[in-house]
Design a protein around this ligand. Structure first.
Ligand code: HEM
Length: 216
């Protein structure tokens, strides 16, 4: 759970920095998107080490494996917790309702639902319409985030994502043995908040800039 969770946080930091290329220019963002997918004349990332266009699919398969392992670990822990605390008595029911039980499980499900919508909105659409004028990644981003309720929906979804990361980051390092003293606990807690706030601002600044016309 800890290792796959941290790998997903690393992906998000990379994804966030990629999105920020919109502040350089639409072309810079498109170049980055095409480079990852091996769609440019130069052959894209890791070409010629691997054939053109392979990287993105290797990466997607790797991400899928990480996500499935993360969900598998969550379900296993959920089941173990249920066996340890069967819902027979009021006192036990309260025990099962820990902070992580409430927010991590339901937060994780909200997060996953959002990811499915997100992939349909961008990746599936880009794959279906590649080769048409509508396919320029920055055009797609400008179109989607000029809709006010879309930006509001993302702002709410990102609260769920960042709450999940705040607790998950802390929990992952605790699992890995870093939470050994009161000072370590304070440092971990501080780092978890910094990562969560950084991701929230880093992700939301671009859609807000599109909506308000700063990026057009
Ligand atoms: C405000 C927040 C976000 C914005 C504006 C955003 C934007 C985008 C855009 C524009 C793409 C398509 C890029 C392209 O096709 O060239 C994309 C792909 C993707 N995003 Fe996000 N994203 C956000 C948050 C997230 C979060 C929180 C996650 C995961 C929890 C996520 C996971 C992904 C994945 C897995 C892809 C597909 C990558 C691929 O093509 O294989 N995104 N995002």
């Amino acid at each position: 759970m800890a290792i796959t969770g941290l790998a997903l946080v690393a992906f998000l930091l990379m994804h966030m920095s990629g999105n920020l290329k919109m502040f350089i220019s639409g072309e810079a963002f498109d170049h980055y998107a095409h480079w990852l997918k091996g769609e440019g004349d130069e052959g894209g990332i890791l070409y010629p080490l691997i054939p053109q266009g392979w990287f993105i699919w290797i990466f997607r398969l790797g991400m899928m494996a990480v996500i499935l392992l993360h969900i598998y670990s969550a379900v296993t822990l959920w089941r173990r917790a249920k066996i340890a605390n069967p819902d027979t008595y009021v006192a036990k029911r309260r025990l099962a309702q820990t902070y992580s039980a409430r927010t991590m499980r339901w937060g994780g499900i909200i997060l996953l639902t959002g990811v499915i919508f997100h992939l349909l909105q961008f990746t599936v659409r880009a794959t279906l319409f590649s080769g048409t004028a509508d396919a320029a990644p920055h055009e797609m981003v400008l179109g989607e985030f000029s809709i006010w309720w879309m930006v509001v929906a993302y702002a709410i979804w990102m609260v769920a994502v960042c709450m999940h990361i705040r607790h998950g980051f802390w929990s992952a390092f605790t699992t890995l043995g870093a939470n050994t003293s009161l000072k370590a606990q304070r440092v971990l807690n501080g780092c978890a908040w910094v990562i969560a706030i950084l991701l929230y601002i880093g992700f939301m600044i671009m859609p807000v800039a599109v909506l308000t016309g700063v990026l057009n």
